[in-house]
Design a protein around this ligand. Sequence first.
Ligand code: NAD
Length: 389
Amino acid sequence: MKIAIAKEIEVGERRVAVIPDTVARLVKQGLEVLVEAGAGERAYFPDADYEAAGARIVQDATQLWGEADILLKVGPPQERENGQLEVNLLREGAVLISFLNPLGTPEVIQHLAERKVTAFSMEMIPRTSRAQSMDALSSQAGVAGYKATLIAAAALPKFFPMLTTAAGTIAPAKVFVMGAGVAGLQAIATARRLGAVVEAFDIRPAVKEEVQSLGAKFVEVKLEEDTVAAGGYAKEVSEAAKQRSREVVTEHVRQSDVVITTAQVPGKKAPLLVTEEMVNQMKPGSVIVDLAADQGGNCACTEPGKDVVHHGVTIIGTINLPASMPIHASQMYAKNLLTLVQYLVKDGALQLNFDDDIVNSACVVHAGEIRNQRVREALGVPSPQPSAL
Ligand code: NAD
């Protein structure tokens, strides 16, 4: 069985799906590994290291995609510079495993189904203990949360820690993290390590203890409605609940030097947590880092991919932060993929058991059929079977 590692062509994407150490493990398992020339270059993994680990370097992308039994990637397939669609390069029956943004760009999923490819979406790996080591959303969110705090610290015209110096005492920076999921918790931990005083808020009350265990204060908003959906994710709450949350958090935003927002609701536009009026009340020199920028942003002033200054407050609309730390982001993603491949491939053959929750949830396309109910709904495709989600 041939496992192929494609080079990412998305602008700014520096990660690679598999690192040389992972290649060695796949080869040891009896799998043939093909790596597109230069695939790991931007993550500082040269072709020579892949070769030394037992991979065959393939110069031509068309050949690599065409030979793959299982193709591993970071981002969804795209149109290449020569106008070729990467999806069309895959053989019928081949398996594609990558982030596929199935709810954001369902048309890619439809195309994969038309091509009769089997596709696994890394976003759809269930967030369960059993699937933890395959959970790429978490591994990459951890990278993003860490980097968001460093970006904020670098942009803030102040120290993070308290300092007692001969030139006087410096008060520590106040950091407010909104959304305490995987990225938010890592942002809190990083800000604490840098010595800031940290507060955090989330609509899921269950995170209170995790926030406190990191040495941060939890800002509680009592909401009457249920805020937790299946899988422990946040639900999209009512406008009244959003308004109530904003009333409570306004004062905390106003007093903060740094606000890091990470709130997302799967498949929906990110909730608006920081209004323009709230930004206007912040101290000049304060910094907001919006990790939800490419999902519409948690801050009204966010512009995706840009740093904007509004009333003296710098709002940083980060996009794809994991790509800015490609060595460790790739290493962690490669580990997630390795576990999944080892789970799916037994004795050199693909074993698809759709009664298994990991396979059932992550496999979004098989044998020409879109298996995910929400993707089908987004495309207006009728359901041939009960929900796969
Ligand atoms: P996410 O990226 O979807 O969202 C980030 C955070 O924003 C979440 O904590 C969410 O509650 C919060 N949020 C959403 N709307 C909000 C609003 N209006 N105001 C304030 N906060 C809001 O979340 P994630 O980090 O991917 O984690 C989601 C869930 O998955 C959590 O329950 C997490 O514990 C769970 N999880 C479980 C495992 C596991 O069991 N292996 C692994 C990872 C995550």
